[in-house]
Design a protein around this ligand. Structure first.
Ligand code: AVJ
Length: 331
């Protein structure tokens, strides 16, 4: 980017500050090579979100079959007063996996946080969202962090006049991407970050009719399939690989025993794929496991939160009980 272009951008953004990316191209390559070398091939869902992946995810959120976004938006709107009372006025709001920061607008308007700290792995999505928010809320201090919230991140703290309550907002059931063990570690880390007075608002997708779950991850327009396959497009482009997209298919199912949707990319042929200098063999029907989306009952999540150092103060649900927002504080 040209220097004066950068300068112009900063001026435009007023109260927005960006904190650099910690997600290097090198770790992407290493993680892909390591993941494809496993006996059961697997890749981290965090790599879905290049510019195109973020765009496809936003399209998923607007699909009629994909209920989580709409349910969470509705329940947040319906209970905003209560949620705001729980979070407290004038806190600092940290959001993990902020993406386009859609639901956050409701909170920002009502809470008037002294600072908003969105953390997202996708820099383009982060920048676009910050720009839109800065325009809508010129008074808001935005400290954007490009990074992976699963790693211990040093978050920028806005220096307020008096020490403020830190509230972590983790909506969208992104926590479902983590296995229960990983979620436990994540909660412990977050608990350390916010301290004794802090709080956490976590969106959790609840257990329900497997047909509803299945439809949400196998939409009729094939947007979820495109989202899944885009991971291979990204690997081809950024890592010089030669995945043949016609020879892989999207596959998503509800694993009842594990209580999670699993997404896979299934090889339709016996084939070899090159990633740089590395070669990987695929049997017919062999898959790359690309995502877990864990579903919880309210009780299961309460137990997990408690193990992570949090007491469940509030649970807000949508009218059908599909989705829940948990208000957690330090146990
Ligand atoms: C962003 C992880 C919450 O698990 O529902 C949507 C991602 N994957 N459709 C989810 C996703 C396929 C989404 N999360």
């Amino acid at each position: 980017m040209a220097r004066d272009e950068r300068r112009r951008k900063t001026e435009h953004l007023g109260k927005v500050r960006f904190f650099g990316s910690v997600v290097g191209a090198d770790s992407f390559r290493e993680d892909v090579i390591a993941g494809l070398s496993l006996p059961e091939k697997a890749l981290s869902p965090k790599y879905f979100y290049d510019a195109e992946g973020s765009r496809l995810f936003e399209a998923i959120c607007r699909l009629k079959e994909y209920y989580p976004t709409r349910c969470e938006l509705a329940l947040t709107g319906a209970h905003i007063e209560d949620i705001a009372r729980f979070a407290g006025d004038g806190c600092q709001l940290i959001e993990y996996g902020s993406g386009e920061s859609l639901k956050t607008r409701l909170l920002i308007r009502r809470l008037r946080p002294s600072a908003y700290v969105p953390v997202d792995i996708s820099e383009p999505a982060l920048q676009a969202a910050a720009k839109r928010l800065a325009r809508a809320y010129p008074w808001l201090n935005i400290l954007s962090v490009a990074g992976d919230f699963m790693q211990p991140l040093k978050l920028p703290v806005y220096r307020a006049r008096s020490p403020e309550r830190l509230v972590i907002y983790f909506p969208g059931s992104t926590i479902g991407n983590l296995t229960p063990d990983e979620a436990h570690a994540f909660l412990r880390m977050s608990r350390g970050q916010i301290g004794r007075r802090g709080a956490m608002l976590v969106g959790v997708d609840l257990k329900k009719d497997a047909n509803v779950l299945h439809a949400a991850y196998n939409d009729s327009k094939g947007v979820t399939a495109a989202f899944n396959l885009n991971l291979l497009v990204r690997i081809n482009r950024q890592l010089g690989a030669d995945f043949d997209l016609k020879r892989f298919a999207h596959y998503a199912f509800y694993n009842v025993a594990e209580g999670r949707i699993e997404m896979h990319l299934v090889s339709l042929a016996q084939q070899t794929v090159n990633v740089g200098l590395h070669r990987f063999r695929f049997d017919v029907g062999e898959s790359i496991h690309t995502e877990n989306s864990c579903k919880y009952s309210v009780e299961e999540f309460k137990t997990l939160a408690l193990a992570g150092g949090f007491r469940t103060d509030r649970v807000w649900k949508d009218s059908r009980g599909y989705f829940a927002l948990f208000g957690l504080s330090a146990a």
